[in-house]
Design a protein around this ligand. Structure first.
Ligand code: BDP
Length: 589
């Protein structure tokens, strides 16, 4: 699926704004034909989560309906063009109608989907209706409301003490959370592109695979602007690929995130049918022994786990917050982040390319468990998410690794977990063999899925959930565990989460839990430890900012306070102390 763009063949209209909205707690909308339009609506912002917009909406995770009207722009013609509507993210699932006609459905938040609406549009007064279902259930991913299962089955982590009962530690925000776009494109045009890059000494090589939906033989004209590289190829069933050589290339890296403009024209006879432009970074990424090599050089990841989370808009798309978070990460001296615990917005990924961040791109597979009920469906969903994520993000030079899950509850389900992850890793490898694969575990030595990963991602809270308040006890335990993990698996390790809650403004000397001093000391001591271990190739602090969670005794004010910035992006002591380490790295730059 191509990201929408405007050029002489393609245009887009952003439907963001205030839409009509209605909660449907009795699930009556289907019967009452709300698919064709409904009354009794209140205004709601799109994109945004519904939960922080309304007094009565925070904990509502059921069905809700959205509708809006639009007019097709002048010049868009159903007989000549293909017109579609694209949703960047609806959580958790969506069913969509246009003028009363069902267009389709999509399950899973955080990944885009689109429908061809060419046949169903009118010149004016088109009514788009979306039914969103935000319920948490055991057979969804991420799952929730596991209480009944937990009684029958072996113990599963902390869900029973969490309200709403998600099997994960962030608020289950719902709604149309990213932009909705109307797109016009040629009927016979470019439908997909895959760009793979390689380097040989100083030279770059860019391989472009092109798909189109035209009839007959086409020619693709491919040019890499800012170089002399031009290539032309006939696109038919056998040949779909164009190779561009770039002598003395600028390689993409965090220190120099150089992007080339790739421009493609689809030609038939003498007519150009379509064009598309893409920014391309020439780089390689691979694991060799204990190292992660970017363009053949070892690279060390300094950065964060994060959440798309901000007051009022919830998990809604907010470009200003995205820009701010990049500015904070740059100020800190970070070069990397993981898209915890779901794919981030497409703007976030484009800026990672442009600003030179190394991204571990994670699917929404968080809080997985392996009890029989719903297991097959959860695996199907994880496969779908993996396919959709790789299809969406495969061309970003910033994406250096796919993460196929965060913290599956595998401990007492070793065989089931292996049987789950083996085909999932195979699928990801078959879709993209150019990037290493990982998954993130809290289990460590007993993690069955580590067997399939190229890099081990470990989340650790020694000094917090274990050895509370005792950093002097915690650090040696962590050190021994890292050594044992490396010895057992012989793979490089990224500590993808470590951190402590700190209530901004709360101080203690000697440091104690929840004080800014304790958080700062803990992060500093972890980082110093990592610097002593050659097989540790990255450190991601949990979290960049405080973020909204469900309510529980562990979450003061319904917030996870492990941010080194507050939810409104003000630094705690730890931000200054880690910045001093990261902007003056003595080793592992
Ligand atoms: C890890 C989870 C993360 C939590 C964090 C914590 O991956 O989502 O927010 O712990 O407890 O287990 O702060």
């Amino acid at each position: 699926m191509l990201y929408p763009q405007s050029n002489r063949f393609r245009q887009q209209v952003d439907l963001s704004g205030v839409w009509d909205f209605r909660f449907d707690p009795q699930n009556e909308g289907d019967q009452a034909s709300w698919q064709s339009g409904f009354t009794g609506a209140r205004p709601a912002a799109v994109p945004a989560s519904w939960n922080e917009q309304f007094e009565d909406g925070r904990d509502y995770l059921g069905v809700a309906w959205y509708q809006t009207e639009f007019t097709i722009p002048w010049g868009w013609a159903a007989d000549k063009h293909s017109i579609s509507v694209r949703f960047e993210s609806v959580n958790y699932s969506a069913e969509v109608w246009l003028n009363g006609v069902q267009l389709g459905a999509h399950e899973g938040g955080h990944l885009p989907f689109e429908f061809d609406i060419t046949k169903h549009i009118r010149p004016a007064n088109n009514r788009l209706v979306v039914r969103v279902d935000g319920e948490l259930t055991p057979d969804r991913v991420p799952p929730g409301n596991l209480a009944s299962l937990m009684q029958q089955e072996k113990q599963i982590a902390f869900e029973e003490t969490n309200f709403p009962a998600g099997s994960f530690d962030f608020f289950p925000f719902c709604g149309i959370q990213r932009p909705v776009t109307l797109i016009v494109a040629p009927r016979e045009g470019i439908s997909d592109l895959t760009v793979l890059t390689d380097i040989a000494d100083r030279d770059g090589r860019v391989r472009v695979q092109i798909k189109h939906n035209g009839a007959g033989e086409m020619t693709a004209r491919v040019a890499l602007k800012n170089t002399d590289s031009l290539a032309e190829a006939v696109i038919n069933d056998e040949t779909k690929e164009v190779l561009l050589e770039v002598p003395d290339a600028h390689f993409w890296s965090p220190a120099s995130p150089y992007l080339y403009d790739l421009h493609i024209e689809l030609v038939q006879g003498t007519s150009v049918l379509d064009e598309y432009s893409l920014q391309v970074g020439i780089r390689t990424i691979r694991v060799q022994g204990d190292q992660l090599l970017l363009n053949g050089e070892p690279v060390y990841l300094r950065g964060f786990g994060r959440h798309e989370d901000f007051p009022v808009i919830g998990r809604g798309y907010a470009p200003a917050v995205i820009v701010k978070d990049y500015a904070l990460m740059q100020w800190m001296g970070a070069n990397s982040f993981r898209t915890t615990h779901y794919p981030y917005s497409e703007t976030m990924m484009q800026l990672a390319d442009r600003l030179g961040f190394l991204v571990i791109d994670e699917t929404p597979a968080v809080g997985l468990f392996f009890a029989n009920e719903g297991l097959e469906q959860r695996l199907e969903l994880c496969k779908q998410y993996t396919k959709e994520l790789i299809a969406r993000d495969k061309n970003h030079p910033s994406v250096i690794m796919w993460s196929l899950a965060n913290e599956p509850h595998s401990q007492q389900y070793q065989a089931e977990s292996s049987a789950f992850f083996s085909p999932l890793f195979d699928l990801a490898r078959s879709l993209d063999s150019s990037r290493p694969l990982t998954m993130t575990s809290y289990i460590g030595l007993q993690e069955p899925a580590y067997e399939f990963a190229d890099v081990l991602s470990l989340n650790r809270y020694a000094g917090w959930y274990s050895q509370p308040g005792q950093l002097d006890e915690a650090i040696p335990v962590l050190s021994a565990e890292l050594d044992a993990l490396h010895q057992k698996f012989n793979k490089p390790i990224i500590v993808t989460e470590f951190g402590a809650d700190a209530l901004a403004g709360h101080h203690a000397q000697p440091p104690e839990m929840f004080s800014e001093e304790y958080q700062a000391d803990m992060l500093e001591q972890y980082i110093q430890l990592f610097r002593t271990k050659a097989f540790v190739i990255g450190e991601h602090i949990w979290n960049l900012c405080d973020f909204k969670t469900g309510q529980s005794v562990r979450r003061v004010g319904g917030l996870n306070l492990k941010g080194i910035f507050t939810r409104d992006r003000r630094p705690k002591l730890a931000a200054h102390r880690v910045r001093a380490l990261w902007t003056n790295p003595t080793t592992k730059d």
